[in-house]
Ligand binder design. Structure first.
Ligand SMILES: *Cc1c(COP(=O)(O)O)cnc(C)c1O
Length: 430
C-alpha cells in the first residue's frame, strides 16, 4: 500500500467514507483519493510526494494559485492579531465595501461562512421580502444546479413537469421540498408555465447563471432574461447563485457578463480565497428585512471571521490587477483549445467550453445545454481519461459532472504539460 492508500484506509475508520465532502471520495471515477500534503502555484503534492497540476483549485476559490505569498502574509498577520472576536471589525466593513463596489446589484451584503449558509439564508430572506412580505412560499430551482445542502434545496423534479419536487436525500421530509419546484435548465417555456400556475406564491427563483455543478452549462441569455422579466412581473425575487461564478467568470460575476441585475446575489468560494467566507446581498430595500433591522433571522458565530476576511480581501485585491481576467481567460482558452485539438487528433468524440476561468470537458459531439444532455455524455470514457491524466500528474475533478478551474498561476508551461498528457490519455481512451 502506498501512503495515500494507507491514509484512506485509516480515514475510513473515523470519517464516514474517509472524506469530509462526498465528491472527494473518488466514488464516481473509482480508485484511491489522493491525500494532499502541500500546494504551491498551479501544483499540489500528495502524501507520496507526487506532484499534480491542479484543475480543481479547491473547487474554485484558489483563483490566484495556491499559497500566494501576499495572501499567506495577510492571513499570518491577521492570525497574529487574534483568531476571532465575535464583535465587528474594520476588515469586514472593507470587505462589504469592496463587494458592493464590484457587484453593483448589491447595496448591502451579509457575510457568512459557507455557500450553503449563504444560499439558505438568501431563500429565507426572499420569502420574507417578496411580494410585500405576504407570506409567499414557493421556490423555483433548476435541475442540475446546486445551491448547497439545505433541506429545501435537496430536491429532484416531481413526477410531472409542474409538480413540486421530491427529496433527493434521505432525511429530508417531503413536506419541506413540497414548496420547491424543479424545472429544466434553459427551458423558458417551463418557467412561463410555472409562473402562470403559481406566480402569486413564488417568492424566489434561484439559478446558477452559468451552471458549474453539472459540469459546465451556460445559461442562455434568453432563458435568464425571461427569468428576470417573469420575476419582476410577478413580484418574485431573482437570486443569482454566484458562489462559483462570482469573481470567476469575470470581475463582476456572471451578472456583468449577461447584463442582468438580480435582486439577490449569493457569493462564496473566490471571496474567501481558500478560507470560509461566503455572502449574500441585494438592494437596501431587500436587505432591510434581515435581522437586526428586520424580521428575517440569520446569525453566525464565525461570520466575518477576521482571518478568513483577510484572506478574502487579499485575494480580491490581486484579482483587480489590470489584465487579470484577460490573462486568466487566455490561459483557460489555451487549455480547452489544446484539449479539443488533442482529442481531434486521437479521433475521440470530445468538446470543451469555458467562461472566464472555469471550464467544462465533455465526452460528447457537441457542448451540452441541459442536465439531460450532460447525463448523456460518455461517463466511462471520462473515468478512464481522468485516471490516465492522474497517472500523468494532472488532477481533474474526479467526476464527469463537475466543472474545472484554472488559476492565474497556470502558466504556459503548466497548460503545455497538461495538453501533452492529454495527447497520450486520449490515445489510451480512444
Ligand atoms: C459550492 C457551491 C455552493 C455551496 O457552497 P459551500 O461553501 O460548499 O457550502 C452553493 N452554490 C454553488 C453554485 C456552488 O458552486
Amino acid at each position: 500500500m502506498d501512503r495515500n492508500e494507507q491514509l484512506f484506509s485509516r480515514a475510513q475508520q473515523t470519517i464516514p467514507g474517509g472524506v469530509n465532502s462526498p465528491v472527494r471520495a473518488f466514488r464516481s471515477v473509482g480508485g484511491t483519493p489522493r491525500f494532499i500534503a502541500r500546494a504551491q502555484g498551479p501544483h499540489f503534492w500528495d502524501a507520496d510526494g507526487r506532484r499534480y497540476i491542479d484543475y480543481i483549485g479547491s473547487w474554485g476559490p484558489m483563483i490566484v494559485g495556491h499559497a500566494h505569498p501576499e495572501v499567506v502574509r495577510a492571513v499570518q498577520e491577521a492570525a497574529a492579531r487574534g483568531l476571532s472576536y465575535g464583535a465587528p471589525t474594520e476588515a469586514e466593513v472593507e470587505m462589504a465595501e469592496e463587494l458592493v463596489r464590484l457587484v453593483p446589484s448589491m447595496q448591502q451584503v451579509r457575510l457568512v461562512s459557507s455557500g450553503t449558509e449563504a444560499a439558505m439564508s438568501a431563500i429565507r430572506l426572499a420569502r420574507g421580502a417578496a411580494g410585500g412580505g405576504k407570506g409567499r412560499r414557493k421556490l423555483v430551482k433548476f435541475e442540475g444546479c446546486y445551491h448547497g445542502h439545505a433541506d429545501s434545496l435537496l430536491v429532484k423534479a416531481g413526477s410531472g413537469l409542474l409538480t413540486f419536487g421530491n427529496p433527493s436525500s434521505a432525511g429530508v421530509p417531503a413536506e419541506i421540498t413540497q414548496h420547491t419546484l424543479v424545472l429544466d435548465y434553459n427551458d423558458s417555456q417551463q418557467l412561463e408555465d410555472a409562473f402562470r400556475q403559481h406566480g402569486d406564491d413564488i417568492a424566489c427563483v434561484m439559478v446558477e447563471p452559468v451552471a458549474g455543478n453539472m459540469n459546465l452549462v451556460r445559461g442562455t441569455p434568453e432563458f435568464l432574461q425571461t427569468m428576470r422579466r417573469l420575476c419582476t412581473q410577478h413580484g418574485a425575487l431573482l437570486a443569482f447563485d454566484e458562489v462559483m461564478t462570482g469573481f470567476r467568470v469575470a470581475l463582476g460575476g456572471a451578472q456583468s457578463v449577461y447584463g442582468i441585475t438580480p435582486d439577490i446575489t449569493v457569493l462564496g468560494k473566490v471571496i474567501g480565497g481558500g478560507m470560509p467566507v461566503a455572502a449574500f446581498g441585494g438592494s437596501r430595500e431587500v436587505m432591510k428585512h434581515l435581522a437586526p433591522l428586520g424580521a428575517v433571522y440569520q446569525a453566525g458565530t464565525l461570520s466575518g471571521n477576521p482571518v478568513a476576511v483577510a484572506c478574502g480581501l487579499a485575494t480580491l485585491r490581486l484579482i483587480q490587477a489590470p489584465g487579470f481576467y484577460e490573462r486568466l481567460g487566455e490561459s483557460t482558452q489555451a487549455l480547452v483549445d489544446g484539449l479539443a485539438g488533442a482529442a481531434r487528433d486521437a479521433g475521440v468524440a470530445f468538446c470543451a467550453d469555458r467562461v472566464g476561468g472555469m471550464f467544462g470537458i465533455y465526452f460528447a459531439g457537441s457542448v451540452p445545454a441541459s442536465y439531460a444532455q450532460i447525463m448523456a455524455t460518455d461517463k466511462d470514457r471520462f473515468n478512464r481519461f481522468f485516471h490516465a491524466m492522474l497517472d500523468r500528474g494532472v488532477y481533474l475533478a474526479p467526476s464527469a459532472y463537475e466543472a474545472g478551474f484554472v488559476s492565474a498561476a497556470h502558466d504556459g508551461a503548466a497548460i503545455g504539460e497538461t495538453v501533452a498528457a492529454a495527447r497520450q490519455a486520449f490515445d489510451l481512451v480512444g
